[in-house]
Design a protein around this ligand. Structure first.
Ligand code: G3P
Ligand code: MG
Length: 250
């Protein structure tokens, strides 16, 4: 149900580097993390880029939006200066750059499909197709621990990923768990449920596990809470505090 690492660095390298950058992956690796969560959104020309917010201003300097900017331009924009002068000029990465790095360093990926408004189907299908091509050998080997887990809050994006590459595992992201979660998860062929730990309780965790799903939480930043969740049967979680919660935390 969860053949993946238990502790996952959130948005690349958590709070030790600018989120969703190659510097983040390097920071995670420096702390021993070989498991990472990050967000993928399509550029104007339909290329998957690693970025969280649809609009510029918080992490990417400037005005405008990811969906209205071509990938070649995004890849030269500053996604690091907000974090610190040492990271100024750190670009918005291509998804394929993250794949390259993670394959070279043997880092497991939880790829969050993060569609801009109206791009759910296109983003889900694009991420699934590219991931399937780049992990063809691992998929043929048939060990799920060797290939990425796609996840999304977007039902439509996950449905498109399912249709484009049914063999890639899918996780359904739910901030709070609705009553009909199991019907939706079944329709999507999801194998894992990813949820906000703040809205989870022991009973709900037990029910999700009893139904046969992997259970993953975001974003857990204190060791005390991490221990509590694991005691409830949660299989894994992502953290911003990779300095406080290491990859062998248990
Ligand atoms: O994938 C879990 C988590 O990343 C979801 O929230 O907003 O950090 O992408 P967000
Ligand atoms: Mg995310």
């Amino acid at each position: 149900m969860w053949p993946y690492p238990k502790i996952v660095a959130h948005r690349g390298g958590g709070t030790l580097a600018p989120e969703n950058t190659l510097a983040g992956l390097r920071a995670g690796l420096a702390y021993g993390f070989r498991a990472v969560e990050f967000d993928v959104m399509l550029s104007r020309d339909g290329i998957g880029m690693v970025v969280h917010d649809p609009a510029f201003g918080r992490t990417v300097a400037g005005r405008g939006s990811v969906a209205q900017t071509d990938a070649s331009v995004l890849s030269s924009m500053d996604a690091g200066g907000w974090f610190g002068a040492a990271f100024r000029g750190e670009p918005v990465p291509f998804y394929t750059q993250f794949i390259d790095y993670c394959q070279q360093q043997r880092i497991w990926m939880n790829v969050e499909i993060k569609p801009a408004d109206g791009a759910d189907t296109a983003t889900g299908a694009w991420v699934a197709q590219v991931t399937r091509e780049r992990y063809a050998a691992e998929l043929a080997a048939g060990d799920p621990a060797g290939y990425p887990l796609l996840s999304s809050f977007s039902y439509a994006a996950l449905a498109a990923a399912r249709d484009a590459a049914p063999e890639l595992p899918r996780g359904y992201l739910l901030d709070t768990i609705p009553d009909d979660w199991q019907r939706q998860a079944r329709e999507l062929g999801a194998v894992t449920i990813h949820t906000n730990h703040k809205h989870l309780n022991a009973d709900l965790a037990a029910r999700i596990k009893a139904a046969g799903y992997g259970l993953f939480c975001y974003t857990v930043n204190t060791p005390e809470r991490g221990h509590e969740l694991l005691a409830w049967g949660v299989d894994g979680f992502c953290t911003d505090r990779i300095d406080l919660i290491g990859p062998t935390f248990a």
